[in-house]
Design a protein around this ligand. Sequence first.
Ligand SMILES: Cc1ncc(COP(=O)(O)O)c(C=O)c1O
Length: 406
Amino acid sequence: MKYWKKLTSKQIKETVFAALDKNVDFENDLSIGIPASHLDSKVFFSQAPFLEDAPFMNTLVQNPNHIGCHTLGESEEFFVGTHDIEREAIKILAEDLLGGGEDEQDGYIASGGTEANIQACWIYRNYYIQEKNAKHSEIALLCSEDTHYSIPKASNLLNISKYSVPVIEYTREITPDAVAKSVEQAKSEGKKYFIVVANMATTMFGSVDNPQIYIDALKAAGVEYKLHIDGAYGGFIYPVTSNDKALSFANPEVSSITIDAHKMLQAPYGTGVFLSRKGLIEYVLTKEAQYVSGMDLTLIGSRSGANAIAVWMILMAYGPYGWLEKMQTLIYRTDRLCAELDKKNIKYFREKDMNIVTIFSDQITKELAHKYGLVPETHDGNNKWWKIVIMDHVDLNILMQFTSEI
Ligand SMILES: Cc1ncc(COP(=O)(O)O)c(C=O)c1O
């Protein structure tokens, strides 16, 4: 670990306050040119005494705008202090968590997994158009049927066709045959350039794709591809609990990764993370964003700097080993839940090293599922699965109570 270390709450507080000191002070500095200010003081009480001990809340009140991407080029000078903290958070995630080389990745705190996934597809679509002279009709999005609906959104917004590879019902796996068939179909419909989205844990099952299956099929078909990893759900757990490096920057085939801090990291909503290898994010440069220093390479535009501070604070409050312990606790609870389900011969799916258990709907009553707030695969009346997500608040007491009622 080069950058990720555990800090005391005092060190965290001092670092955040020192960063805020480097940002523009709307109360005392001369800054009359930007359409930005601190939060409304009638409602948010910037002088409240508890703010002195609350670095995140204080950042919220000071309201830094982190518009743009701060891992390359210039950035707005008004918020340099908190930009530095965001840059450090991006380095920790890209290099220490996800195996990237030193200074070899760009990234930013996006609004969520949806934005980060669309950002990736947008980059590759533009790359193919700009570098290969591709037409929209020649570009395909390739993913599994269990892929999150942000990818159909990307397909719709970016005007590129999506090809969904069916998975095996009981194992939720893509197979070489199924991928080869989808690639062949896409080719027969004139597709030459592929954007692949592999899941580092699907939303419903927590299943993890083997990206090599996609790579082998696309190489065999002789077409170009770029590989994005959707780790919105699993990005803060799977890289820590498993030895599989195929879905990280340690795999040279991986070009970009989405992870969501507002899921497993328990950061406030609005904290997705987009990470990509250097030399790619420039394909979505919006040249017209001339009033933004350093231009804008992101989908979102203005975004709260407090979100970046929240991500950094959580990472530093745990440090890598504290985080490992926390994730291993979730795995332990998941193991115990599965052991109880096995004793009762209940059929379910669970990916090793992940904390989602998805139970066949005929194995438990609807009443029990509703009582415990399980989430169905579909609300359309044909539900086949109920899922349990072992988050921080889902402890062994509640899990054992649930299994005792099956
Ligand atoms: C695998 C996966 N990708 C993308 C998303 C979208 O994330 P968000 O809701 O943060 O936009 C989710 C959300 O559940 C997800 O599970």
